[in-house]
Design a protein around this ligand. Sequence first.
Ligand SMILES: Cc1cc2nc3c(=O)[nH]c(=O)nc-3n(C[C@H](O)[C@H](O)[C@H](O)COP(=O)(O)O)c2cc1C
Length: 517
Amino acid sequence: MVFVWLAVAIGGCLLLVLVYDLTQRRHAILRNFPVVGHFRYLLEAIGPELRQYIVTGNDEELPFNRDQRRWVYSSSKNQNNYFGFGTDSELEQSSNYLIIKHSSFPVRSPLPGEADYDPYYAIPVAKILGGHRRRRRAFRPPSIVNISAMSFGSLSGNAIHALNAGSCLAGCLHNTGEGGVSPHHLQGGDLIWQIGTGYFGCRDEQGNFSLDHLVETTNKHPSIRALEIKLSQGAKPGLGGILPASKITPEISRIRGIPMGVDCISPSSHSAFSDADSLLDFVENIAEATGLPVGIKSAVGEMDLWHNLARLSDNTERGVDFITIDGGEGGTGAGPLVFTDRVALPFKIGMSRVYRVFAERGLHEKIVFQGSAKLGFPEMTLFAFALGCDMVGVAREAMLSIGCIQAQQCHSGHCPTGVATQNRWLVRGLDPLLKADRLANYVMTLRKEVLTLSRACGVVHPALITSEYLEILDGRFGSATVPQLFGYELSYGMPSPEDRAQITELMNGGPGGTATG
Ligand SMILES: Cc1cc2nc3c(=O)[nH]c(=O)nc-3n(C[C@H](O)[C@H](O)[C@H](O)COP(=O)(O)O)c2cc1C
């Protein structure tokens, strides 16, 4: 009897759906294929998950394939992150396949229990941030791996909490993103405060930059160690920040000073400066007022900015302390498809173009270079170093480590893991303390493998690997080294001889210079 009623109920529902589908006008597919047409929408909705778990191979899928995700997940849980049986990559017939050439005389890696074993796998940066321009609060960043900009707003409060507390455990820097400094950012981890075109946290009533607010906040929070002026982001260069209305809560509206219910679109360019010359004035102004090292973050498009910056830094007593280059393949909380796919150079091309401009004037040893765009894997970090990076920023890899499943829902507010949403129920699922440990484990494992690779190449720090040690196969049994491919002189990509000597001393347990973090 129950089954009869059940069948009647289901039949009734289907009849209602049938009538609705036939009479509605919005979806042709439902008018033409009533009831069954809904499967098309269902499959579209769950297609990414189906492909991710069932259909795709280990090396397929972007932005991060299954092997990469598995490596981050197991590293962040301190589980066995080895892979068995040998590579499943096609080495000889793949084009652009990176090979790291090991030394015949590797450096020994200390084992747990030995006096020189470091469980944190600390790898300090080989240059002093703000050292060249003699900033009052210059320091040596304690980690070559840091958390790249992601704002409170694009990420949940619990996610930001986990990233900051995890950064504290791992001893790395955490970039606030352009949404300002929130209470979630104050869990013990040191910060790079990012200043975007919206000047969130340092703006006046009219939305213009306010030096007074900036100084007040940097004085209040000593954990702010550096300032980063955001010119552009690889995933949406030429556009300002976008925070969809669905993600603006009363707390975010208060912290940013923006209304609720409408998308928060930051302007595409800064009102505080308009060219390389006024940018350098702005940099010197805020560095002088706060004592902090100041850098810029940008994706790479036309090259005028970089030529002008290098020329003015060479000829005048001004200069940025660091440059973060973001690749076009970088991530975003929300951006138009054409910008994420087509605007700005990919990281390796953009980074090498900019680095060469500074290296040709001998300025490359004075500036700290940071890279971001899928660099949170050991071989990619080394590649970035060969191109001249002194540190890397990781964003989506850090998200994976705190539970992101690459559902690609950051723009919708429906992130199922509570990482990139403000939905209270979903955010509740993310335990910030547990995930802080995961972030720290991931960062430390990445450093461990980078260090192990460096030792396999015969040196004690990744900045000491010459770029010739990296070779790219062309898929036709040929290959070229990084300097050959990117037009680098052999000294490019390395710190100055003094910095090399200091970092070697530091890695071998000595004092390694004066200005430390
Ligand atoms: C959810 C999300 C939010 C982001 N927010 C910012 C931001 O506020 N400012 C910024 O400069 N970059 C932002 N980015 C870009 C990242 O900082 C980073 O440059 C980019 O994702 C490349 O690094 P990845 O490949 O490790 O993710 C964001 C990225 C993501 C995924």
